[in-house]
Design a protein around this ligand. Structure first.
Ligand code: HEM
Length: 257
């Protein structure tokens, strides 16, 4: 490097803007690899070291990683689907058919979203089974098991709320049956046991909260759409961040016994 370039680099790296972004200098020491990783937001997502057993495919089958990958596939294809879909009874079904038959690769987009959703439910359940069979729910990982159970519930809720959106007969009646079950919830369902204790009626019970009405209709479609596209993915995303952070804080992947 000639003198002028060297002075320019020195001036740049000493500037406040540069130092506010890159907080560490590159010091060539035994810790240089660790420092590079821990001071970089993207590299920091990976642990500095992992036990050799953590790399064994047949201990985890990467089922948690696959579940996360499918969640990303759902997010990307879901956002693309939102460009073609209107959550209104007059349009919802027609929009899905237009997407399938008039939009280039529309049928591929819809099926990617649908099959990845089915697969995600399967991989999350298998991941839970793997964690159980390897005893990875035991201390210090019991908190992460509880976070995992919540992730399972939110994965199922994503599936359930998405089911109504095509607005066909299958969707309509499946959600009618599902939300009728909510009316039988103890305490907060108008047909459930102990509903009298809290003065619960069909106009203020759990089913009414879900549907915004007494039966599946325009209000339910809009509620399910907002929950499916915004509410549940946001909560699930935050829970996943906590879940991954805890895997690291609990000492990385558990080891084979
Ligand atoms: C959306 C759902 C989920 C995602 C994306 C997810 C993701 C992950 C990932 C990437 C790991 C690292 C190890 C691996 O790949 O197996 C992991 C570990 C773990 N997960 Fe999940 N998970 C989910 C649901 C669950 C559920 C339903 C449970 C249990 C009820 C659970 C409990 C755990 C526990 C205890 C660990 C630590 C396991 C160990 O150290 O061996 N997770 N999860």
């Amino acid at each position: 490097m000639n003198d002028r370039v060297q002075r320019l680099v020195a001036w740049l790296t000493a500037s406040q803007v540069y130092r506010s972004i890159f907080r560490h200098e590159y010091v060539d020491s035994v810790r240089n690899r660790v420092t590079q990783v821990t001071s970089n937001v993207f590299l920091h997502l990976h642990p500095v070291s992992i036990p050799r057993s953590g790399l064994k495919l047949n201990f985890t089958f990467c089922l948690g990683g696959l579940s996360f990958f499918l969640f990303i596939v759902e997010t990307v294809t879901g956002v693309l689907l939102m460009f073609y879909y209107r959550p209104v009874p007059d349009y919802a079904y027609v929009d899905m058919k237009t997407l399938e038959f008039a939009v280039q690769f529309g049928i591929v987009l819809r099926n990617l979203h649908r099959w990845a959703a089915h697969l995600m439910v399967i991989t999350v359940m298998l991941h839970m089974l793997r964690v159980f069979l390897t005893g990875s729910y035991r201390p210090p990982r019991e908190f992460n098991w509880v976070v995992g159970v919540q992730l399972l519930v939110f994965t199922l809720l994503l599936s359930f709320t998405g089911y109504l959106l095509p607005w066909d007969q299958l969707a309509f009646w499946a959600v009618t049956v599902g939300t009728n079950m909510a009316a039988a919830t103890p305490f907060i369902g108008a047909e459930g046991p102990f509903h009298g204790l809290l003065n619960i009626t069909p106009a203020n019970d759990a089913r009414f909260l879900l549907l915004g009405d007494f039966r599946v209709g325009a209000n339910a479609l809009l509620r399910f759409y907002v929950l499916h596209c915004v509410g549940i993915p946001l909560v699930a995303g935050v829970l996943m961040m906590v879940h991954f952070w805890r895997v690291r804080k609990d000492g990385g992947i558990s080891r084979p016994l």
